[in-house]
Design a protein around this ligand. Sequence first.
Ligand code: KDO
Length: 341
Amino acid sequence: MTTLSSTSPQSISRRNLLGATAGAALAASGVSALAQSKIVLRISTPAVPDDWHAKMWTVFKDTLEKSAPGEFDVQINLNASLFKQGAEPAAMARGNLELTTVSAFDIAKLVPEFSIFTAGYIVRDPAQQQKIFNGPIGAEMFKLVADKMDITPLSTVYLGTRQVNLRDTRSVKTPADLKGVKLRMPGSKEWLFLGEALGATPTPLAFGEVYLGLKSGTIDGQDNPLPTVRAAKFYEVTKQIVLTSHLVDGIFISIASKALKALSPANQQKVLAAAQAASAYNNENRIKEEGQLVEFFKKEGLQVSTPDVDAFRKAVQTAYQNSEYAKEWPKGLLDRINATK
Ligand code: KDO
């Protein structure tokens, strides 16, 4: 279990929720000063409301309200309505955002060692993922994140295992069969590399634009875990899912380190516990749903096919081994990950 360093709290930062005028008006109306001075925790995520990793933020909020009644004002912003996908870490460093889920890809931009977790076919399954990040490897990697990004990862969220989802059906056995397929990937070179390693022509697009891209045909497909294909309704505008299982994807509930340090040690622990409750809720529901969705998609009329996964694994692993990314992986880390059971 992750524990936080007992950094001596600076004076607890209690920001006013309201401007002075509105505050004065409220005071005049009898609303207590305390209600105006809760600790604000702004959350931004591209997740759609029906997705487990969106719903988990309500668990975070409710858990915190129980452990620290009336102390926090947790503001949940879904659908990238506050910050666009991938812009969250910079917003946190600037002090404009307190919490988000950061992807391994966004971390890898600033912490190249972390790119090992953007590589396909490295992490085996969600259980191994939790062991990796809740053990010594996680502690070392999260320290690098805290040092280089000024954000503190609190818990590991299983986003799901990424699969290829196509607008039109085609026979896909090996990466060669994805040649020329405009596969939407999120917009960073780390993501595009993964798309290329899969044999496709990666096309960058923000998550919020994928549904329309699939509908209009500006892209031929996208990759995401099955629960996301359901929650974002991509199955309505696609005809096939290819079970490549190319990435056991993780995102990390993280808090701006400055915001964390401004909390009392007791509140730091409460925020950590709320983050752990949120990810446990997501992980349990997501794993369960992931196991049931193939049937659901078939009923919706999609073709669900299984490729030659070994061929994909071999091609993707070779692409990463020969890449610039692998040069940044700490010596022995891959072996330590493989040995994590
Ligand atoms: C996506 O854009 O495909 C992705 O799955 C990438 C993840 O890192 C994460 O940002 C996720 O979208 C969003 O949370 C929406 O589900």
